[in-house]
Design a binder for this molecule. Structure first.
Ligand SMILES: [Zn+2]
Length: 580
């Protein structure tokens, strides 16, 4: 007993010692990774990853997966355009996919999706791009329980890689999802049985679907459902079904506890762009159904906005010739290398959408007879002229004193394929001493002050802003957050430089907040608060033409600097790094 006990102690110490040595070595070893070639870093990651797949006990530990991730991330960062970059991104996706299965954390699985997307986006020609898409579908299906998104990922394999080695697997998964959807397909049509009883009683306590608005281009469409109050809704995507003589996708949105207003037409034909038609109906006594017939779909998002309540549906088509065609027109032929990369990454900047905030019945911030909406428009026009002089194409969400809903402004920018979106505003504060300049980009925030500004610009309460932050996380996956932050940074700096000769402007820095007007924007976008109408010094400046001229000059310089950075960045081959 004693002897064997002693023996096992010796054994234990030996194991501890060996473990300790191992831990020390791996800590000492850590800085050496920096000297690894991408091939070595990738190989270490690959070995660890497969080791973890074979060892269920070890695979329980998050730290091991994160270590594998570190290897792949290092291989990628070392050479973001090198031959190991696509493989590293792919394995970063695989690592987070396996980690997500074990951690059950949504954030892990979303990272997996993000990395798989990057493989297909940055290296569409690579032989692993379709494998990445297939795994992306699996993460949606198995980890995230989102068959719609899985379906979209599989469709993109059908469209983009019909001859790839994953085509058969993708088709098999599509068939499986189709049969699961079969029962829904029968329901997708709007039953005429109850369409006639619109006027019947029984609508007590039900909300009303008042209006359907839409904007569509060949690769983007936004549909907005206006309701008279907040109601729950659900959505599903149905694939084309030849037997129904409807060979297009159908996105079905059901709104609970509502009646369809008699003002809303049953069919709204569109047929310009990817949206063919919107159909509406009273699907059940207390449920309205809206069906979008869509030509081509790559992804879609839905979210709701408040005051008044509306449901926003954004549909994106796969990026096709239209985009590269647009860029080919102005391609600088003597710099083929940068051209190709800028094109690939979709970074080229030509068209600027200027959004003078508020207008018409919505004055924005007010001080006496001075209205925010007028200052925004004045600045917008000066800025537009400056940018046109510099060779940019300029679009406006409004050029006169009219009301334009916030979601329509974003829809205009997306459907006009603007490359940057600049929303102009004036701030207000109950404390008249508060003054200065802020540049915002879309993101969740914990700052009370940013919440206050977003609540004011969105015309909702601060409480609604915190609800909004939850849905924003999903929405942001496809937004240009990092690019918007960079744009905000250079614009802020250039405006401060430009105004220096006129006055010393208080710099509140780059901030983030969930602004409705930036939600769903496909391009880098910022919202500027150019001064406080409630502060006497700022107010005087805001009424000065010279001040606005310098402000516009600064913004235009910022945009040109940003564009130059993007082009330089693409030439150097510096792709953005991983998400952590
Ligand atoms: Zn405003």
């Amino acid at each position: 007993m004693t002897a064997s006990g002693g023996e096992s102690n010796v054994m234990r110490y030996t194991i501890y010692f060996t473990l300790g040595l191992f831990v020390m070595l791996s800590f000492w070893g850590r800085p050496l990774w920096a000297l690894d070639t991408p091939a070595q870093a990738f190989q270490s990651g690959w070995e660890l990853f497969h080791d973890l797949l074979d060892d269920p006990d070890k695979a329980q530990y998050r730290s091991w997966w994160l270590r594998a991730k570190d290897h792949f991330l290092q291989a990628y960062k070392h050479s973001p355009q090198g031959s190991y970059a696509p493989k590293s991104l792919y394995y970063l996706g695989r690592t987070y996919q396996e980690l997500g299965k074990r951690s059950f954390l949504k954030s892990d699985s979303l990272k997996a999706v993000d990395y798989f997307q990057r493989v297909a986006l940055r290296f569409p020609e690579h032989s692993w791009a379709d494998d990445a898409k297939l795994f992306q579908a699996k993460v949606y299906l198995e980890n995230l329980n989102d068959p719609d998104k899985a379906y979209l990922a599989l469709l993109s394999i059908r469209h983009t890689y019909p001859k790839g080695d994953q085509a058969a697997a993708a088709e098999a998964m599509l068939r499986e999802l189709d049969s699961a959807n079969m029962e829904n397909i029968d329901e997708a049509e709007i039953g005429p049985k109850e369409q006639t009883d619109k006027a019947q009683t029984g609508s007590k306590g039900l909300g009303e679907l008042l209006q359907v608005r839409h904007w569509s281009s060949d690769d983007y469409t936004r549909v907005v459902l206006d309701l008279d109050g907040e109601e729950a809704y659900s959505h599903m995507l149905l694939n084309p079904d030849p037997s129904l003589e409807k060979p297009f996708y159908r996105l079905v949105v059901d709104v609970q506890k509502t009646r369809l207003s008699s003002e809303v037409p049953g069919e709204i034909a569109i047929e310009d762009g990817i949206l063919r038609e919107v159909r509406t109906g009273q699907y059940k006594n207390d449920q309205t159904r809206v069906v979008l017939d869509i030509q081509n779909i790559d992804d879609y998002r839905t979210f709701s906005l408040n005051n008044p309540y509306r449901i926003v549906i954004d549909v994106y088509a796969p990026e096709t010739e239209s985009r590269s065609g647009k860029q080919a027109q102005t391609r600088d032929t003597d710099d083929v290398f940068s051209g190709t990369l800028v094109e690939q990454l979709g970074l080229d900047i030509q068209t600027i959408m200027i959004d003078p905030g508020h207008g018409g019945k919505d004055p924005g911030a007010v001080y006496g007879k001075l209205y925010e909406k007028d200052i925004n428009l004045r600045l917008g026009k000066i800025l537009g002229r400056l940018l046109e002089d510099k060779g940019f194409q300029v679009r406006y969400t409004r050029t006169d004193d009219r009301f334009v809903p916030l979601e329509e402004r974003t829809a205009m920018a997306n459907s006009k394929k603007a490359d940057l979106f600049i929303s102009l505003h004036v701030n207000a504060h109950e404390n008249s001493r508060v003054n200065g300049l802020e540049v915002y980009y879309l993101n969740v925030t914990s700052s009370k002050d940013s919440v206050r500004v977003a609540a004011r610009e969105n015309a909702v309460s601060a409480k609604k802003i915190s609800d909004l932050q939850v849905i924003l996380t999903d929405l942001m996956l496809n937004s240009k957050i990092e690019e918007s932050r960079n744009l905000a940074g250079v614009v802020l700096k250039k405006v401060l430089d430009a105004e220096r000769s006129f006055c010393s402007l208080k710099d509140h820095g780059v901030r983030r907040a969930p602004f409705y007007v930036l939600m769903g924007a496909k391009m880098p976008s910022v919202l500027m608060e150019i001064g406080y109408i409630t502060n006497s010094k700022d107010r005087k400046n805001l009424q000065s033409k010279n001040y606005l001229q310098l402000m516009a000059q600064g913004i235009a310089d910022g945009i040109r600097t940003y564009r130059a950075q993007i082009n330089k960045y693409a030439v150097l081959g510096g792709a953005e790094t991983g998400s952590d």
